[in-house]
Write a protein that binds this ligand. Structure first.
Ligand code: ADE
Length: 238
């Protein structure tokens, strides 16, 4: 899968997307991440990329011309790419959105900055506006990194153990159950006996109950019709 990230701060991407699982995915040629500096596409002498908003108000707005030139240059190589703008004004990026985007062959991520991006960029080029949550970052770069990381996990072959994305929090609509590894006891805290029992059916039941319990406490909004089974309902009623 090919990612093209358009940003005014390319140096921000030098660390996070070149480590660990993403680095190995790139080495295996499962992902190819390129970062483009929008400023390189500003044609005036001072390479201006922002300007004051029409109508007045605080802050600056990202200009349309350098962004248009940058997007068009990238699109010449990636004509079928879906174009995403990172912005707190977008729909919320969730597990299902990450899964859906992982099926694309090419993605272009535009990192918004300042008070926003000239609306004509959206009108001309943007397929999707995505936010990573109801808070405002200083720019879309961290949001783009979060999205790339979450999307890459869904690409077959990226995660070591094939089952991992299936048992993630959110994969079944619930938060994930607690995990333990050796030792069986640490500072008086014992790993629950059921996990040492070898009884897979019991382990599954215990995990489902713990997922429900955690979800009920932390994210009751997730306990909707589609994810709660009749046996869950009996458990939740206890
Ligand atoms: N840029 C600024 N805040 C953002 C957010 N919450 N999500 C995506 N992009 C952003």
């Amino acid at each position: 899968m090919k990612f093209d990230i358009l940003t005014l701060f390319p140096a921000m991407f030098e660390g996070p997307l070149t480590e660990s699982i993403i680095r190995r995915a790139a080495e295996k040629e499962l992902v190819d991440i390129r970062v483009h500096n929008i400023r390189d596409y500003a044609t005036d002498r001072h390479q201006v990329v922002d300007d004051a908003p029409y109508g007045g108000g605080d802050g600056m707005v990202m200009k349309v011309e350098p962004l248009a030139a940058c997007i068009e240059a990238v699109k010449r190589e990636r004509p079928a790419a879906r174009v995403i703008l990172t912005t707190p004004r977008g729909r919320t990026f969730k597990h299902e959105v990450a899964r859906e985007l992982s099926r694309e062959a090419e993605l272009i991520l535009i990192c918004g900055r300042y008070e926003g991006v000239d609306e004509r960029v959206r009108e001309l080029f943007v397929d999707d506006e995505l936010s990573i949550g109801d808070f405002v970052l200083t720019g879309g770069e961290l949001a783009a990194m979060v999205m790339v990381d979450a999307i890459v996990r869904f690409i077959p072959g990226v995660l070591g153990s094939a089952g991992s994305v299936e048992t993630d929090s959110f994969a079944d609509g619930l938060l994930e159950y607690p995990q333990y590894t050796r030792p069986a006891e640490f500072r008086g805290l014992r790993v629950p006996d059921v996990l040492l029992s070898g009884n897979h059916a019991e382990v599954s039941r215990w995990r489902r109950c713990k997922s429900l319990e955690k979800t009920r406490i932390e994210r009751p909004d997730l306990l909707v019709e589609q994810v709660v089974t009749p046996s869950d309902r009996a458990y939740l009623a206890e």
